[in-house]
Design a protein around this ligand. Structure first.
Ligand code: HSE
Length: 300
């Protein structure tokens, strides 16, 4: 049997929703998978020069994880990966890889797992549930881990907003960006984020969009990650001066996500120019929200 899987890129956090919110983009990695003796991995596109082609590959590990969870012996798989999600840029490439593998394994096994069950497996593998929830369900997702289960709800996203993602030509490991976070935070900072994440969801549905300016602020991760991305304040300022409602770190960075109510082009240009002034190459892209999430089908 051969299966085809596609999984979207994602931005986690959206400012104050650290480890809780995710948003999926219409930019997809694709994998064709079949059972085989041993593991073989072909990769084209993003990360092709540096991603492992052995059983250490995250997609292959995801396939094996599905077999292990189903209690079925894993003899290997042949994978052909077409990667479009930029690697190690805060756009959910590792979440896409785990989810691709789990979706492929599930399809090869005859689909014993629901998407909710795959979410619990993916969140444990990834270490946090926000990217994998958006990658599996699409749209704007709220994910909440409780013990070994994860509850996720996908929400509609207002059509009038434009999403501009500035992708610097530098990579960042999520583990490094989590290592700079403190073990505990001030009660006042927790309250600051609670107010904003609630306002963020409320202002997305009910409005006004201008409330997003305050709602996208964060005190739980971005202030600590500034030392990894010292250009961030200048890019955020440039985005806001050019008309963005707000601008946040995409996931653990280094990409930055601006939310715009009108024309996104001036914001994209301003963000690129600010990054260039800091001596960092990179490009801004307008992304559309994906509402399909992870897809799989049997192809032969
Ligand atoms: N919530 C995670 C973090 C997302 O910010 O570390 C990583 O993509």
């Amino acid at each position: 049997m051969r299966v085809h899987v596609s999984v979207p890129a994602t931005s986690a956090n959206l400012g104050p929703g650290f480890d809780a919110l995710g948003l999926a983009w219409t930019l997809r990695n694709e994998v064709v998978a079949a059972e085989a003796e041993g593991v073989s991995v072909e990769i084209e596109g993003e990360g092709a020069a540096r991603l492992p082609r052995s059983a250490d590959n995250l997609v292959a590990r995801g396939v094996k994880l599905a077999y292990d969870a189903a209690g079925r012996p894993f003899g290997g798989c042949a994978l052909a990966c077409t990667n479009r999600v930029p690697s190690a840029r805060g756009l959910g490439s590792s979440a896409a890889a785990w989810v691709s593998g789990l979706m492929a394994g599930n399809a090869l096994l005859g689909a014993p797992f629901t998407k909710d069950a795959l979410l619990a497996l993916a969140a444990r593998a990834e270490g946090h549930p926000d990217n994998v929830a958006a990658a599996i369900f699409g749209g704007l997702t709220v994910a909440c881990a409780s013990g070994s289960t994860v509850t996720a709800v996908a929400l509609p996203v207002p059509a009038g907003l434009r999403w501009i993602v500035l992708i610097p030509d530098v990579t960042n490991a999520t583990a490094d960006a989590r290592a700079v976070l403190p073990a505990s935070v001030l009660h006042g900072d927790a309250v600051f984020n609670l107010q904003r994440v609630a306002l963020l969801l409320a202002s997305l549905w009910v409005g006004p969009p201008q409330a997003l300016g305050v709602a996208l602020e964060d005190r739980l991760h971005e202030p600590y990650r500034l030392r990894l991305f010292p250009w961030m304040p200048d890019v955020v300022k440039a985005a806001r001066v050019a008309g963005a409602l707000g601008c946040v770190l995409s996931g653990a960075g280094p990409s930055l996500l601006a939310v715009v109510a009108g024309d996104g082009a001036p914001v994209a240009a301003a963000m690129e120019a600010a990054l260039r002034r800091a001596g960092i190459p990179g490009a801004a892209r307008a992304f559309d929200v994906d509402t399909s999430g992870a897809l799989s089908r049997v192809t032969g």
